[in-house]
Structures are given as structure tokens and as C-alpha cells.
Design a protein. Structure first.
Length: 583
């Protein structure tokens, strides 16, 4: 408490100013709202800022009681309101605190920061009340909090907020003897939407999916977006099985209808992974990890389905992680092999070339099928260095066969989507050709139709650059993507490879026959070579020959061969004079 005294050296004959007068002059120089209040709770002085903040600038604060303005802060003692105010602030004599609803004269409430000081004037207590309007600060704080805890795209709680929700749900479930179901939801093949239609439309799809999921929830269900295309639902429950079935049905219903976005009709599905407290975990991190593992298991099972967490799910997930680690080691330890599948002229059976196909000789598991490790290599990005290794190894081996006098063999090597997106791809291929000594016109590079259509304009530029090197360009799996004749006419390509899914039904399936016939006819009109993949029967081969397909490959003709096996194959074809020049 401060007591006001006359300054030393001031005589009694000089003009004297009361404490209230001095304070009034000082107050108007301050930007914060400041009030001088007596011990009866009456405002004796107020600066201009206080007048503007509390009364709207009418200058009528003096003489009014302070109580109405503090009503939103606390229950004020009618006799000694400022002492009541100070009693709830951190300090006893001089206090500072924050009000959530400080009232204004017109009834409007605003957040404020308060400080109160007590002084004595001739034995009478006076209170200096400072008010700082923190509306803008509170708005910024709320915005920052929302940015930190909520997803900006969908407005749903983000991963951090969902972790808090889940932690609270677990605590409440423990106390009540209940369970908590956690459902991880992953939009299937969402990357394709971004690649084909752009991220803006992909964002709109996520917003629409979030809206449907939110609308289908019941009170107590908490929905959040915890990743790019990942959602999470947390549900306290007494019946785990019934809750999982309800959520499964709701998610399926949300994705059963097509999404209409910017005149595009999109069909999306979702994979769902379930886990529960306390059965599958007793803490947040374990439940989230298990929900993610179950979701991944559902995706591996074919997507558009669900999986409930179990030890099997963990084993499968662990196997996947272990396989990725082994892939990295395998690349370092040179465990990969290249097999070669012959490609023959359909009408004569003469050898045109071969396709390079990767194999993995695992030191413990033996030969690992490509179907098991290629998807993991794609997801992890390892396909880029692995693909480059295949290219160099196959080019080097082909150069050896050319030097051995085995004709003008054409080597076909597939480029993954990730490789095709590599900005340094053309230079890397040129470097491989230089190092291995293989002429560029003996190399055919294949890119899948869907991979090319991810970014058609850039794709055409890359194809043109590779063509300028002298390489032959092919579209693999033709008929399974989104290309059109107008694009096909513009592409600098030489070969169309007809996907095996259309060859399998020949000659019985009319639709397959019509498609293959149309592709061959279209390719011929554009001056392109057609190659049919997956030929496994004489009927398929006869049909392809009658249609006019140029080249064929498949198990009917030869399985993929090791280097020694293919060398023997070449020797036999040479002896029978069935090795022809490249197209």
C-alpha cells in the first residue's frame, strides 16, 4: 500500500494539488484504461481510454459504481468490491489477472487483463484499476490454438487434438468400466485422385468425405483427420462389437455414393482398421499404432474392407517393415537378379528381343516374388535406385550378347512411375548407355499408361527427350489407364503393349476380342508396333496372329530366364536362324 505525502521542499504557501487531481492528469497520458475507485466502489476518476473502453466515450464514468463493469469477472462484495477483486487475483495487495467477460456500459462483454493497486490518501483507501482490452490478443490466441489443434482443410480435430480426446476417453472408460473403440479410416487410392485431377480437387474430395463421416456420427463419437487421407473415430462404448459394426456400416454408407465435385463424378472407397481399449492396448500410442496396422492390413486385403486388430495384423505389419529393411540391404549386397523373357514376332516366331524382369534372391527366404516386394519398393521410394540398377545390369548384359553375335536384340526395360517423375531421369539413362556401351536404339523404355497420364504434358516432354537419345518408347499395360486417342496421337511413342487382362479372355470373350482388335487397328493406323503380354495358350496366339498383332510374349513361348538360360535360348534360336533384327 502506498501513502501519498507532500514532496520535500514544497512550502505550504505554494498551490497544492490533491492526490486525485494529480492522478487525473497522469491517467490521461496512459493508453490503457485506468480508473481511480474509492473504498465504496465509486469511480472518482477515469482517463479517456477508460471512458472510450467502458462507456463508449460519453464521459459519464465518474461517480458511477464499479460493480456493473466487474460483474462478468467475479461476485463482487457490495461493501468493498475492490478488495473482493484483489482477493481472487494472484497477489494480495497489488493483483493482476484476466477477465473472461468484463462488461461495458452497453452490456457488451470483452476479455480484459486487469491489475489493481491500493494507495492511501489521507488515510482513505483508493484503488487504481488498470484495464487492458485483449480482444485482439484473445482472437489471435484462439486462432493459433485452432491452427495447432484443428485441421485447416476440414475443420476436424487434428492428430494432436485426437490424442487428447483419446487420452480423456481412456481415463473416463477406466473409471466407468467401459471400453473405447478406435477406427482408423484411409481413403483408398487417394493419391491417384491427386495425380489425375490435381490437389485442389483432391482437397474437395477430402472435405466432402469429412462432411459425410461427420453427418453419420452419433453423440459421443469424435471424428478427426490425422493425416493426408486418414481419419480417426474415437467412441466410448459398452459394446465393442456392436460399435465396430455400426461404424463399419456408417463408413461404407458414406462412401457408397459417388462424389460430385466440380462436374466430376468420383467414386471413392475406404479401408477401415479397428482396435479397442482395453483389449488391444491401454494407452494412446499403442491404440493409434494398432489402428494404423489394422487399416494397413485392410488395404492389403484388397481395400474397401475392414480389419480388426490382432496379433496376425502385427505380424503382417512387422513383416512388411522387415521386408523394406531387407530390400535396402539387398540393394547394398547385390542380391537382385535380372531375368529375361523373350519377345517373338507373332506371325513367324522369330526372336525380336527380350524384357528385363527383376528377381530378388533373399539370403534366407530364397527367391522372393516381385508381387511381394515391388509394391513395398514403390511405396518406400526404393524402386528408383532398384530400377536404375536393373537398367544398368540389363544394358551391360545385352551389350555382351550383341558382342557375342546374337543379332540386333532389343532390350525392353520398365520405368516405374517414381522413376519417370525423377527430374534427372534422362541424364541418368544417357549415363547408363555411355557406361555400358549399349547403343540407344537397342533400348526400349516402357512406362505404364496410368503413370504417363499423371502429368501428360511433362510426360510428353520426357518421352521426347528420351526419343532424342535414340531410345524406343513404349506404353505398357495399354487399355487400363485414362488415355484417349487425341493424346495418343501426340505422344512420341513407338510401341503399344496390350495388357494381359485383355489377352486372357481370347478368343472366347467378345469384349476382350473387340478391345484387342481395336487397339491393333488403331496402332497400325498410327504406325505403332503392338505387343501382346501374357500369352499362355495356342488359341490366344492364333487369335492374335489373325488380328495382326505384331509381337507376343508369355509363358506359352517362354518363362523369364536366367542369364545362362537365356544365353542357351539365344544359341538355339541362332542355330534355327530365328533371331531377327530389331524394329
Amino acid at each position: 500500500m502506498t501513502e501519498f505525502k507532500r514532496p520535500l521542499g514544497q512550502s505550504s504557501s505554494e498551490p497544492q494539488h490533491t492526490l486525485r487531481e494529480v492522478i487525473s492528469v497522469v491517467l490521461d497520458s496512459l493508453t490503457d484504461a485506468v480508473l481511480l475507485v474509492n473504498d465504496q466502489g465509486v469511480i472518482e476518476a477515469a482517463n479517456q481510454s477508460a471512458d472510450k473502453t467502458l462507456s463508449g466515450g460519453d464521459g459519464q464514468l465518474k461517480g458511477k459504481r464499479i460493480n456493473p463493469y466487474l460483474g462478468g469477472l467475479c461476485a463482487i462484495d457490495a461493501i468493498d468490491p475492490l478488495r473482493s477483486l484483489m482477493s481472487i487475483l494472484p497477489e494480495s495487495t497489488i493483483g493482476t489477472g484476466r477477465a473472461t467477460a468484463l462488461a461495458r456500459g452497453d452490456g457488451f462483454a470483452f476479455p480484459a487483463e486487469l491489475s489493481v493497486g491500493e494507495i492511501l490518501d489521507n488515510g482513505q483507501a483508493l484503488y487504481l484499476l488498470t484495464i487492458r482490452d485483449i480482444t485482439d490478443r484473445r482472437r489471435i490466441e484462439n486462432r493459433l490454438e485452432r491452427m495447432a489443434l484443428y485441421d485447416t482443410l476440414t475443420g476436424l480435430p487434428n492428430r494432436l487434438k485426437m490424442q487428447t480426446h483419446l487420452e480423456l476417453s481412456i481415463q473416463e472408460a477406466k473409471a466407468a468400466g467401459k471400453s473405447v473403440v478406435v477406427a482408423g479410416i484411409d481413403v483408398d487410392n487417394f493419391k491417384n485422385v491427386n495425380d489425375f485431377f490435381g490437389h485442389q480437387l483432391g482437397d474437395r474430395l477430402l472435405q466432402a468425405a469429412a462432411g459425410r463421416l461427420r453427418a453419420d456420427l452419433e453423440p459421443g463419437d469424435i471424428l478427426g483427420r490425422v493425416g493426408g487421407d486418414d481419419f480417426l473415430i474415437c467412441v466410448p462404448t459398452e459394446n465393442v462389437e456392436a460399435t465396430m459394426e455400426r461404424l463399419r456400416a456408417r463408413v461404407q454408407e458414406a462412401f457408397d455414393r459417388t462424389f460430385i465435385i466440380d462436374d466430376f463424378e468420383l467414386y471413392a472407397t475406404a479401408s477401415v482398421g479397428f482396435t479397442s481399449f482395453p483389449e488391444h492396448g491401454s494407452d494412446v500410442s499403442t491404440l493409434l499404432k494398432n489402428a494404423e496396422a489394422a487399416t494397413y492390413f485392410a488395404k492389403e486385403a484388397g481395400r474397401n474392407t475392414y480389419a480388426i486388430y490382432s496379433a496376425r495384423v502385427t505380424d503382417r505389419r512387422s513383416h512388411r517393415v522387415s521386408l523394406e529393411t531387407d530390400l535396402r540391404r539387398g540393394l547394398e549386397r547385390n542380391e537382385f537378379l535380372v531375368h529375361y523373357q523373350p519377345r517373338l514376332e507373332a506371325s513367324t516366331g522369330r526372336l525380336r528381343g527380350m524384357e528385363a524382369l527383376i528377381r530378388w534372391e533373399h539370403p534366407e527366404s530364397g527367391l522372393v516374388p516381385p508381387s511381394q516386394f515391388i509394391p513395398i519398393a514403390e511405396e518406400s521410394g526404393l524402386i528408383v535406385p532398384i530400377g536404375l540398377w536393373v537398367l544398368e545390369a540389363a544394358c551391360r548384359q545385352t551389350r555382351r550378347w550383341l558382342d557375342a553375335g546374337f543379332g540386333d536384340l532389343k532390350l525392353a526395360v520398365n520405368l516405374s512411375v517414381r522413376q519417370f517423375k525423377d527430374a534427372g531421369l534422362v541424364q541418368k539413362i544417357q549415363n547408363v548407355l555411355i557406361r555400358t556401351g549399349l547403343p540407344a536404339d537397342h533400348l526400349e523404355l516402357e512406362i505404364t499408361e496410368s503413370g504417363l497420364m499423371n502429368d501428360i504434358e511433362r510426360g510428353m516432354e520426357v518421352l521426347a527427350e528420351l526419343k532424342n537419345l535414340g531410345c524406343t518408347m513404349a506404353i505398357d499395360d495399354f487399355g487400363t489407364g485414362y488415355s484417349s486417342l487425341s493424346y495418343l496421337k501426340r505422344l512420341p511413342i513407338d510401341v503399344l503393349k496390350i495388357d494381359r487382362s485383355f489377352v486372357m479372355g481370347l478368343p472366347q470373350e467378345r469384349s476382350d476380342l473387340s478391345i484387342v482388335n481395336a487397339v491393333v487397328g488403331m496402332a497400325r493406323s498410327l504406325g505403332l508396333v503392338t505387343v501382346a503380354e501374357g500369352v499362355e495358350s495356342n488359341d490366344q496366339l492364333s487369335t492374335l496372329v489373325s488380328i495382326g498383332c505384331d509381337e507376343v510374349q508369355g509363358y506359352l513361348l517362354s518363362r523369364p530366364l536366367t542369364v545362362p538360360e537365356f544365353h542357351s535360348y539365344l544359341t538355339g534360336m541362332k542355330e534355327r536362324d530365328l533371331i531377327s533384327g530389331a524394329h
